[in-house]
Design a binder for this molecule. Structure first.
Ligand code: NAD
Length: 357
């Protein structure tokens, strides 16, 4: 049930949370509110946490990019805050298309070596969609692949973009995938790839997966071609219920948005960026500039990301209580946001959740 959105079953996180309580008996958590709809959905999360008396204090930091040695960088105060607290909740950060600064999202992932991106996607009970049995968990390699950032113009009109796959990063995310599957009680790991075409790069990902699978004989392992996965996901998503899907970076990015579409859209899907020390929790969606500043955005995705964060921190009881209030509010359908067909504002929806705590 509710644990689908958890980082682990029984509050035993796969990646250990290293934070300690401050002198007030609370954990301090870094909050990056982000761009576009970021500040408004962040406000809802903060209000709900405060009404639910969650024992954490937010340390809100600014990540407006600075120039350091001619390169875009994240302000040092923000970096130090995440390092100190080991955990951050993050709103969406906009990235200029084509030109301009590099993605701060990528920079954060690289800075803290957030090697695995966990993206659960589950039907909301009571909210009608073509399928009512979607329950997928996708783990995306988060540091390389097509996102290596290595691109150059060979000659005028010819551009080369390097897809980088290493055994080291592949093994790390795959091992995490198997451990994660065990921790949430799924008995099957499936690796999604396109090694028929990218024989060497995806081939390395798949052969590494076969090696790692030997260390987890109790978990069923197989592979599937990406196009096949897409077809089956939109025709019979329940096939994927017993599994954790692990895939290279770009595929994970795209397939997870497709999964979001099956349950009601990007307003509902959370994620966790897991590293060895620090972890950053954020919605799958971006800054939604088309609806920003109008109090129309759905804060559920960021809220469910914060629930994954609470599970990771060992505060599972708080997560369960808030998750129940969220799910009850969505199922009731009286105070839901426009993306789900309702007419409540972000603030009204947050108040409806608070009333159910
Ligand atoms: P987007 O996810 O921001 O929006 C896509 C569509 O979904 C829009 O119609 C938007 O209104 C809707 N939507 C998204 N979140 C919603 C919510 N919470 N409630 C209701 N509707 C919601 O994608 P985009 O428009 O392609 O990207 C906008 C910016 O966000 C870009 O600069 C992009 O780089 C950035 N981005 C950031 C992240 C991140 O911070 N992790 C992720 C994706 C995109």
């Amino acid at each position: 049930g509710l644990r689908t959105y958890a980082t682990s079953k029984n509050d035993q996180p796969v990646a250990k949370f290293l934070g300690t309580k401050n002198s007030n008996g609370n954990y301090t958590v870094t909050f990056i509110e982000g761009d576009g709809i970021g500040p408004e959905i962040s406000r809802s999360v903060k209000e709900i946490f405060s009404a639910a008396k969650v024992p954490i204090e937010w340390e809100t930091v600014d990540v407006t990019p600075i120039l350091k040695d001619g390169k875009t960088a994240i302000p040092d105060a923000a970096i130090q805050s995440v390092k100190k607290n080991y955990v951050a909740l993050k709103g969406p950060l906009a990235t200029p298309i084509g030109k301009g600064h590099v993605s701060l999202n990528l920079t954060l992932r690289r800075t803290f070596n957030l090697f695995a991106n966990v993206r659960p996607c589950r039907s909301v009970p009571g909210y009608k969609t073509p399928y009512d049995n979607v329950d997928t968990v996708l783990i995306r390699e988060n540091t390389e692949g097509e996102y290596s950032g290595i691109e150059h113009e060979v000659v005028d009109g010819v551009v080369q973009s390097i897809k980088l796959i290493t055994r080291k990063a592949s093994e790390r995310v795959l091992r995490f995938g198997f451990q994660y599957a065990e921790s949430i009680g799924k008995q099957h790991v499936r690796v999604v790839h396109k090694a028929t075409i990218m024989k060497m790069s995806d081939g390395l990902f798949v052969s590494t997966a076969r090696d790692v699978a030997k260390d987890f004989p109790q978990i069923e392992f197989d592979t599937e071609l990406l196009d096949n996965t897409c077809l089956k996901m939109v025709t019979d998503p329940k096939v994927y219920q017993p599994m954790v899907l692990v895939m290279p970076n770009l595929y994970g990015d795209i397939v997870s948005d497709m999964c979001a579409g099956l349950i009601g859209g990007l307003g509902l899907t959370p994620s966790a960026n897991i590293g060895d020390e620090c972890s950053i929790f954020e919605a799958v969606h971006g800054s939604a500039p088309d609806i920003a500043g109008k109090d129309l955005a759905n804060p559920t995705a960021l809220l469910l990301s914060s629930m994954m964060m609470l599970q990771h921190m060992g505060l599972g009881a708080h997560a369960d209580k808030i998750t129940k209030a969220i799910m009850d509010t969505l199922a009731e359908g009286k105070s839901i946001t426009g993306d789900l067909g309702g007419n409540a504002t972000n603030s009204q929806y947050a108040q409806a959740i608070i009333a159910k705590l």
